[in-house]
Ligand binder design. Structure first.
Ligand SMILES: [Mg+2]
Length: 389
């Protein structure tokens, strides 16, 4: 734990200098104070707020009652039936026949997102948005001198409730990794604090699936190696972890010891990560394109894993032999956290494109990481929700 503390200390000094408060740093127990905030069923909650007839009802934002399209966000009433983000409308209707589909109102969601961010700015300017409805805050030094990250999280939750009539779940800890997991532990309207004294136990008991970069494939490999929890990972030597999992092994080694020094970075610069391939010979078969898409998604997943980022928008790009280019996108309210999810979504998007001509280029990208969220352009969104009333 000690090396962890020392690494954190530098950053705290830096923040204090920035805030103009230079204090004696003789205590060895200096930790950062990180809050991860995640709005509860964001798009659906905003719709339920604005349209009283939807309150208490199972609603799905996006998708369509005729079974076409994909759910972007489901209300908690719909989640009880198993309806989830990125699920096909057909499947969602099977699980919940009374499901109400609403058209996404991205301008409204973006507007609300700015209002939320203004509330955050009352307490700190070290805000790293991950999407419209999710952000990390570093409140090691807060603007109002409140001091307690738990009190700040409570104040933010109250302001969002009072001023915007919405709920948010907060995770409070000393690093980004634990704060993010904590915010998900008591949804909706949760507040979970995992302090320094609890982190070791917490990480040890965490199922391996909860670690970044552990998709279904890695999870399967871990099970085969007998690794089920953080404690199992912790017992391994670093070079073994690297041998089994590549560079991510270094990350597993550190994170399971609570070592996550990633700073909260306002305005992260990555806007999208993408892979594309131009073919030697133009391709006409959807089956063949799907196989190439699978390979592209694997490469994309590797690249995302290295950057330790997560995104909510998948875009498939296709160029015909005559150089006419098309893109199709889908944004969900949770992030694309596995290779399988990315491929299933990309495949669905590709399936919506009419193969009018042979194809010379295929690409897939992940975006929507940051502040200025790049929602798909209107035309694309209309295509996705074309059958929606
Ligand atoms: Mg959310």
């Amino acid at each position: 734990m000690l090396n962890f503390v020392i690494l954190q200390k530098k950053q705290v000094v830096l923040h204090r200098l920035k805030a103009g408060k230079i204090e004696e740093m003789d205590s060895p127990q200096v930790y950062r104070k990180i809050i991860h905030l995640d709005m509860d069923a964001f798009y659906a909650s905003v719709d339920q707020r604005d349209f009283p007839e939807y309150r208490g009802k199972a609603i799905a934002v996006g998708g369509s009652p005729d079974g076409r399209g994909v759910v972007a966000t489901a209300s908690y009433e719909a989640r009880k039936y198993g309806v989830k983000s990125a699920m096909s409308s057909r499947m969602a209707l099977q699980l919940c026949p009374q499901l109400i589909f609403t058209s996404p109102r991205f301008d409204v969601y973006r507007q609300v997102s700015y209002q939320i961010r203004e509330i955050f700015h009352r307490y700190t300017d070290l805000i790293e948005p991950l999407s419209l409805d999710e952000a990390y805050l570093d409140v090691t030094v807060d603007k109002l001198g409140i001091g307690s990250a738990i009190d700040i999280a409570k104040a933010i939750k109250a302001a969002i409730k009072d001023e915007l009539d919405l709920t948010v779940s907060a995770g409070v800890s000393v690093n980004k990794f634990v704060a993010k997991i904590a915010s998900d532990m008591d949804k909706p309207d949760g507040l979970t604090f995992i302090g320094p004294s609890k982190i070791v136990k917490f990480m040890e008991s965490l199922p391996v699936e909860k670690f970044f970069g552990v998709g279904k494939v890695t999870a399967k490999k871990m099970r085969e190696l007998g690794l089920f929890t953080g404690l199992d990972l912790k017992k391994q030597r670093e070079d073994d972890l690297v041998r089994w999992f590549g560079k991510t092994g270094h990350f597993f080694y550190r994170i399971v010891r609570g070592m996550d020094e990633r700073a909260v970075v306002p305005n992260r610069s990555t806007k999208s990560v993408g892979i594309e391939d131009t073919f030697d010979v133009d391709i006409a078969s959807l089956e063949e394109l799907n196989m190439i898409l699978l390979r592209l998604c694997k490469q994309l997943w590797t690249r995302i894993g290295k950057k330790e980022i997560s995104g909510r928008t998948i875009t498939v790009k296709l160029k015909y032999a005559d150089f006419v280019q098309l893109t199709r996108s889908l944004t969900i309210d949770t992030s694309f956290d596995s290779e399988e999810k990315i491929y299933a979504t990309a495949q669905g998007l590709l399936g919506k494109i009419t193969l009018a001509n042979k194809v010379r280029l295929l690409g897939v990208s992940l975006s929507n990481f940051v502040d200025e969220v790049d929602f798909p352009k209107e035309g694309v969104q209309l295509t996705l929700f074309e059958n929606h009333p």
